[in-house]
Design a protein. Sequence first.
Length: 429
Amino acid sequence: MPSSLHCIDCAQQYPIQRVIYACEACGGLLDVRHDIGARRSSLTADTFDSRLGALDAPYNSGVWRFKELVYPDIDDNSIVSRMEGNTNLYELPRVAAFAGVDTLFLKHEGENPTGSFKDRGMTTGVTQARILGMERVACASTGNTSASMASYAARAGMQGIIFLQNQQIALGKLAQGIAFGATCLQINADFDRNMELVRLVSEKLGIYLLNSINPFRLEGQKSIMFEALQQLRWRTPDWIVVPGGNLGNSSAFGKGLLEMLEAGLIDRLPRLAIIQAEGANPLYRHFSSGFGQFEPVKAETIASAIKIGNPVNLQKAIRALEWTSGVVEEVSDQQIMDAKAVIDGVGIGCEPASACSVAGARKLVERGIIKRGDTVLGVLTGHILKDPEATIDYHADQLPALSPESANKMRQVDDDFDEIVSVLSERAP
Ligand SMILES: *Cc1c(COP(=O)(O)O)cnc(C)c1O
Ligand SMILES: [Zn+2]
């Protein structure tokens, strides 16, 4: 069977060449489906392990190494890649101790070419745009999606168009969008409103939409799970912990894990823990109320990448929680920034939203949901340089309503040999 688009609510199918982001019959979200059963014999750990360290395209990419699971039937020449993925999996005892577990792995998706996991979804999204013959691509973004889309659009010779909010865009992300030559619209609206606007404008002008409502994005993002499990020698951890904003990543993880199980690459599923900021917690509220009536929220958090009140992939995330007996937790900005300081302090570093993984794991351990002996794999979604202001303000104790637990204060010292020597001779506090 060729790959096709399936509505997750009413099972209506559409050919993969259709430019469509929601079911025409019921408005439901769409999945890209590949015939995994028919390929099962070639989808072995040996196949994927033999491609590790490949020098040539497409297998030199940590997304396209899993091509049969990501987008099987396409010509390799149509792929738009920056050799994304291939990110490190760190085992970090000091961070594990902070979280309260014996074994913690952090997969650093900030090590992707533009500094966030969004590159994994953008290589598949922009590849699909090229297959469809699109000349313009667009997204609404809190920053990382736009940075990534701008880069891949430039690689493909397409015009990238980004809808940004006019406040709280992390500087690193804004700089990338501008530098990579995208058309940048700064709009006096929050992310959720920009998301509505970009959908309307894209439809009107025939621009290809590359937010994570586009199911081809999620096909690339699944590969975070493929690669992480490969790095664990295909042994399933007990928990996968991931920050949740628009819930594209959590949705992609659920789908990818289920497909790995179907392909026989793993023999059981880990549990998914989705972590939201307290000020941007619509999924947490929905989960805690037993999935009653869903209420969007007005989002506010220092973790700007997850400052989203009405996540587009809600239904897919709920499905992923069901598949994996998953849980949702919320953490405060204080907990996020203190966890970030611990991740930064071991020399690894991440942007604020990413620290939800560790702050959330810690809270779930405190609540007795994650056990000390469980193996936990957290995802660090973005690079430390994305949001330098948040980091500097934290250490300088300049964040209103926050008191840093482990601030590394800068010292002001005169041009004076004796003073420098005396400062460096003080006992560390
Ligand atoms: C996009 C992003 C998130 C949120 O991911 P979703 O798929 O929208 O839930 C978290 N952290 C960072 C750094 C991101 O760029
Ligand atoms: Zn439908």
